[in-house]
Structures are given as structure tokens and as C-alpha cells.
Design a protein around this ligand. Structure first.
Ligand code: SAM
Length: 241
């Protein structure tokens, strides 16, 4: 199996190698999502590497993706012990899916938040805070501006940071900043996030930040390397109030 598989819808690559953030999600979910009443939601699950790992760890899992064909591949990879603990929920987060108040034991969103606009992120994080049980955790990994293909965007990014823009990493037309070969597999617009922007958004939605950090994920192709801050990870807890 390749470490990365191209998505069918120009939403980048799905990783078969779990990142440190996804490993922390699995470890948490294997303790907190072992009951049907407290499943883990994997947003943008694609072909299911993290969802399958959570199932193998004994969790109940809801796999979401906007492309139902990705989820069909995931379903074809299930073994008999995992199948009864997986639910599939196709649809575009946050508008096309919904869950009961306080019904989720954990949420994992790996490499999907950078496809959302600022408004979708604000609304989506508020929805996640409603759907999670009090005290339950959200695990996010997203792309930062500190990747080689976005190097030409960095001066503009720093100007926007100085101007205290709410969403400094939103790029309406990616091709205006980069013609990097890898970007042919990305959508026209992208929303690069960093530790401050992501944690501020999570706080506004009612999350308590447990950890937020920048890092290079092990499966990132060398052509995207810049300075070790290529990904942002966030672990946040739904407040008890
Ligand atoms: C780059 S892949 C990441 C897959 C996997 N989570 C990982 O970390 O390797 C992004 C996936 O998110 C899905 N996606 C993008 N925007 C989405 C949205 N708003 N709601 C649900 N899925 C979305 C895409 O279809 C694609 O399968």
C-alpha cells in the first residue's frame, strides 16, 4: 500500500500513514469511544486509514466524507469484527451532516479544515462543540502557510498577520501564488491555518485548548518541506458548561 493515495475530487492526498496527531486521537478514542452511545466521528475520512485504525482499536466510528466513493473504498476494507461498529455518513461538513446534542465521544479532522472557509470553520466548530459530549476531545490537523508551494504567499501572510486579519491564510486563487506541481491536485481556493488562528477559532466556539503545535508530519513529501512547521495540530476539549 502506498503511503499516500490521491483523492478522487482534487482534495489532495489521503495518507495511509497515521500522523502523530491521528495516533493521539486513536489512543484517546480507544478509551472513550468503546460504546455505541459514544462514537468517534472522523471528518473527511477519505479511504479510512484513521477510521480503520480506530475500529481495530475497538472503537465505534462514524466515517464522514463529502465523496461517497471514498467511503465505499473504506467500507470495502472492513473486516467482520469492525463492520458492526462503523456507520457511514456522506456529506459536506458542516452544512450537510448533523448529530444529536452531546452524542459524540471524540472528533478527528485530519487535513480537511484547510478546505473550509472562515465562516464554515466558525459554524462547523460551534456544531462540533454541540455534538461532542461535555469534556470530549477534538483532534485537528491542517496545512499551514509554511510549506514550500506557499513560500511566495508568506510575505502577504505576514502583512495580513500584522493587520490582525481574522483569517489571514485564506487564498481565493491558489494559482496566483504558486504553480507548484503538487497543487494541481488541490482546489482553486485553500485556507492555510496556523496555531494562533486555529486555537482562536476553537476558543470562540467554546473549546478549551489542551495542546496546539506546529510540526512536520512524517508522510509529507520532501517537495512540500519548508522549515518544520508544515502542519498545525490542535487538541481541544468541549467545555463542561
Ligand atoms: C486530504 S484528504 C484527507 C484524508 C484523511 N483525513 C487524511 O488525513 O489522510 C481530504 C478529504 O476530506 C474530504 N473533504 C473535503 N472537504 C470536506 C468537507 N467539507 N466535508 C467532508 N469531507 C470533506 C475530501 O473529500 C477528502 O477525502
Amino acid at each position: 500500500m502506498n503511503r499516500r493515495r490521491l483523492t478522487r475530487n482534487r482534495m489532495g492526498w489521503a495518507s495511509e500513514q497515521l500522523s502523530p496527531l491521528s495516533e493521539l486521537f486513536i489512543e484517546y478514542a480507544s478509551r472513550c469511544c468503546r460504546d455505541a452511545s459514544s462514537p468517534a466521528l472522523d471528518l473527511g475520512a477519505a479511504y479510512g486509514a484513521a477510521a480503520l485504525a480506530a475500529l481495530h482499536a475497538g472503537c465505534y466510528v462514524i466515517a464522514n466524507d463529502l465523496d461517497a466513493a471514498h467511503l465505499a473504498v473504506l467500507a470495502s476494507r472492513l473486516d467482520d469484527t469492525s463492520r458492526p461498529r462503523l456507520s457511514i455518513r456522506a456529506g459536506r461538513f458542516p452544512r450537510e451532516i448533523a448529530f444529536d446534542f452531546a452524542s459524540l465521544g471524540a472528533v478527528h479532522a485530519s487535513n480537511v479544515f484547510h478546505f473550509l472557509t472562515g465562516n464554515q470553520l466558525d459554524f462547523g466548530l460551534r456544531e462540533l462543540a454541540r455534538w461532542l459530549r461535555p469534556g470530549a476531545k477534538l483532534f485537528v490537523q491542517a496545512a499551514t502557510p509554511y510549506q514550500q508551494p506557499f513560500a511566495a504567499f508568506l510575505p502577504e501572510y505576514h502583512r495580513r498577520l500584522e493587520a490582525a486579519m481574522k483569517w489571514p491564510g485564506w487564498i481565493t486563487k491558489l494559482s496566483a501564488f504558486s504553480s507548484h506541481r503538487q497543487l494541481s491536485q488541490m482546489p482553486r481556493s485553500i485556507h492555510l491555518l496556523d496555531d494562533n488562528v486555529l486555537s482562536a477559532a476553537a476558543r470562540r466556539a467554546g473549546f478549551e485548548i489542551e495542546r496546539v503545535w506546529l510540526y512536520r508530519r512524517p508522510d509529507l513529501p520532501a517537495g512540500l518541506h519548508l522549515d518544520g512547521r508544515e502542519s498545525v495540530g490542535l487538541i481541544a476539549r468541549r467545555s463542561h458548561s
